[in-house]
Design a binder for this molecule. Structure first.
Ligand code: AP5
Length: 210
């Protein structure tokens, strides 16, 4: 029998490890990864009208208005690959209205993974993050040091300063409960303050059970 494609949301504070876990989930389960933040950064880099509008909000660490984000995410989900292989939605929904917007289209996750990491850990994770623009790999200067030969090409996200991360964190705390409230019975809280392989082992066992 063919397996039903998994439909997964992953949520958590800034730098809680969503992107890091998504890399591992995609590798093992082959889900289509749709990251609201990545879609927005791509639009900003391309200078599309949506990107131009989003930029100021992202620079401050505020949520981008629904008119910009909702269509982007809906369009990304609306593809054969996501329907056939299942999807992994990262960083969306971040408000009750965003949850309603996909629900109206009949887009419902089977499970809502929520990564919990204490606030004091998150700032250190944010400021030490480094990204490889060629492979998409996520490193950390202390926790996951990059190999010597890629160091020169690594980039730092413009919103990864301590000040902006504090605002991103405040925005997260003021929205998370409303979102969680929409997915009662589907929430799986995961302690994200452990080695990434341990965090992934728990996520993998949840997804295997589905
Ligand atoms: P987005 O790109 O989603 O950023 P975020 O939520 O702040 O999350 P991050 O990408 O910072 O962190 P992450 O959880 O993926 O952590 P990572 O794995 O990289 O959003 C950016 C902006 O876009 C928002 O501020 C907003 O403006 C806008 N936006 C996005 N979605 C929106 C929406 N739905 N509506 C409106 N606006 C929206 O890990 C972080 C670091 O920690 C890395 O260095 C990593 O190596 C390290 N690390 C990871 N796991 C571990 C571990 N287990 N132990 C030690 N270190 C670890």
């Amino acid at each position: 029998a063919t397996k039903t494609p998994k439909r997964v949301v992953i949520a958590g504070a800034p730098a809680s490890g969503k992107g890091t876990q998504c890399e591992l989930i995609v590798e093992k389960f082959g889900l289509v990864h749709i990251s609201a933040g990545d879609l927005l950064r791509a639009a900003v880099a391309e200078g599309t009208p949506a990107g131009l509008e989003a930029k100021a909000y992202m620079d401050r660490g505020d949520l981008v208005p629904d008119e910009v984000v909702v269509t982007m995410v809906k369009d990304a989900l609306d593809c054969e690959e996501a329907e056939e292989n299942g999807w992994l939605l990262d960083g969306y929904p971040r408000s009750a209205s965003q949850a309603d917007a996909i629900e109206k289209e009949g887009i419902t996750p089977d499970v809502f993974l929520l990564l919990n990491v204490p606030d004091e850990m998150l700032i250190e994770r944010v400021v030490g993050r480094r990204l490889d623009p060629e492979t998409g790999a996520i490193y950390h200067v202390k926790f996951f040091p990059p190999p010597e030969d890629v160091v020169d090409r690594l980039t730092i996200r413009s919103d990864d300063t301590e000040e902006k991360a504090k605002n991103r964190l405040a925005v997260h705390h003021s929205n998370v409960e409303a979102v969680v409230g929409r997915y009662e019975g589907k929430i799986r809280e995961i302690d994200g303050d452990r080695a990434k392989t341990e965090v992934f082992a728990e996520i993998a066992s949840i997804l295997d059970e589905m």
